[in-house]
Design a protein around this ligand. Sequence first.
Ligand code: UD1
Ligand code: CA
Length: 461
Amino acid sequence: MSNSGSQPFSAVVLAAGKSTRMKSKTPKALHHIAGQPLLQHILDALVEAGAQRIVIVVGHQAELIQSTFGDDFEYVLQSEQLGTGHAVRMAETLLAGTELPIIVVPGDAPLITSAALTSLLSTHVINDVTLLSVELVDPTGYGRIVRAADGTVHSIVEQKDATSEQLKIREVGVSIYAFHPGFLFAALAQLSPANVQSEYYLTDTVGIARSQGRRVNTFVWNDPDVGLGINNRIELSAAASKMNARIVRQHQLSGVTVADPGSTFIDKAVKIGVDTILHPFTVISGVTDIGEDCTIGPGVRISDSQIADNVRIRDSYVVSSEVGSGTTVGPYANLRPGSVVGKNVKIGDFVELKKATLEDDVSAGHFAYLGDATIGSGTNIGAGTITCNYDGVNKHETVIGPNCFIGSNSTLVAPVNIGESAFIAAGSVITEDVEPSALAFGRARQTNKAGRAEKFGRPKQ
Ligand code: UD1
Ligand code: CA
């Protein structure tokens, strides 16, 4: 596990709950925002903050969660979901005897940042419990922080257990804590489910610490979103848009122009070079790298693709493909998976590529389907060119050499090879290979019959 943060710690992540309020077959931890499962965002923050060990408490669909996140993490099963306190207790066998502070985070708060975790740790040093708190305009659903007359933390009261006076408190706990390990497991053994939900509440460890005269402190974090817990799909979309705003802002601060952050969606794993401009209604997802000085949008969707420098793409789709520098794409082009486009290529309107390699300086300006094809550098693809790659049973390849001219409305019936510098006459149906530098006609000769137009109602000249 990497260790870029300030102090070593162990972490327990709570992800065993049934996620009832999501009304989903998929566990909450595996719902996505910004292209990654909710839990992945939390694990990223923990790793970045320097977690030495991360124990994930799993229950509902445990195997699915375990297979998704793999062996970098430790897992412990909570077979019955008896509450957040009970969930943390499940990690005791793995963490018994540890000297490191234990950070506990919920598995449903994807906006947690490593900065918040490192700050929490640095104020925790001499405490038994330090909890992150935030002030919310609407604290509904969260545990309220009840303070004693001297301002110290007295306890946390859950929404369902709170009095009407306590419900007015706007300072809430967001289920992010740092614990002294010795205190944590001793306190968990003392929890009782004597509350409205008959659960073992992790929040009750705060009251226990207080009653034992131990050191309890809060760390008030100024960004209330950090603990935004996702319980239903309304909160899921709210978190997604906050995460997107954060990602867009990060790119803007690193030198990317984003004309309209509200209509631009960028996944977490996307990289974008300086002086690239993103126009409105643009969605960049998956593992995508975009170079410098590009102009992307309006109306572009790019996923899992590599775009080099100085590329211009508008009103188009690019999926699992590569685009070389200086190339222009669109409007209304569709680059389907496996397309590799070289430098200074021109792909114009209504051009569809599928598993096509276009070498440098190819021009396919208008209306074409190029599938399972390789096209050599400098070749011109006329409007309406179709590679017939499918015979109804199998797919076949079209190979076109460099510096060819493929006349408009050519039908290239694969498998077929067209040699270097060949010229295909417009309207040809090409079913046989064409040797280099040859001129190929694949159509009937035109016949003109003098005066016969009159028969079809044309005025006599
Ligand atoms: C919890 C806190 C509340 C806090 C809020 C912040 C308690 C009792 N309440 O409430 O003070 O303001 O989070 O979002 O701790 N889980 C398990 N096993 C269980 C129960 C829950 O692993 O037996 C996991 C869930 O999967 C979830 C997390 O713990 O990831 C929090 O549980 P949830 O039911 O969402 O708690 P809240 O009601 O939101
Ligand atoms: Ca929650």
